[in-house]
Design a protein around this ligand. Structure first.
Ligand SMILES: [Zn+2]
Length: 80
């Protein structure tokens, strides 16, 4: 490692990452790579990722859900 950021005082990159993770920066265009099934609570990773308007299926109980993402980047799943 030629350069250690921890000693340089540069934390802006890290703050940007946190914003992306929370989804605030992306709002309704946020994409997810996993979801918790509203019916059986199983955690489902989605390899290709998904976003608002997509449909996802729970690998455990087999139910399908329509994905909605609100302006704050919050994930909502509606059973189909
Ligand atoms: Zn399920």
């Amino acid at each position: 490692m030629p350069y250690d950021r921890r000693d340089s005082g540069e934390i802006s990159d890290q703050e940007e990452d946190d914003d992306k993770k929370s989804g605030r920066a992306q709002g309704g265009k946020r994409r997810f790579d996993e979801f918790d099934c509203p019916t059986c609570s199983a955690n489902n990773p989605v390899g290709d990722g998904f976003g608002s308007g997509d449909e996802v299926m729970c690998n455990y109980c087999g139910l399908e859900f329509r994905v909605q993402v609100d302006d704050e980047g919050k994930l909502k799943l509606r059973e189909l």
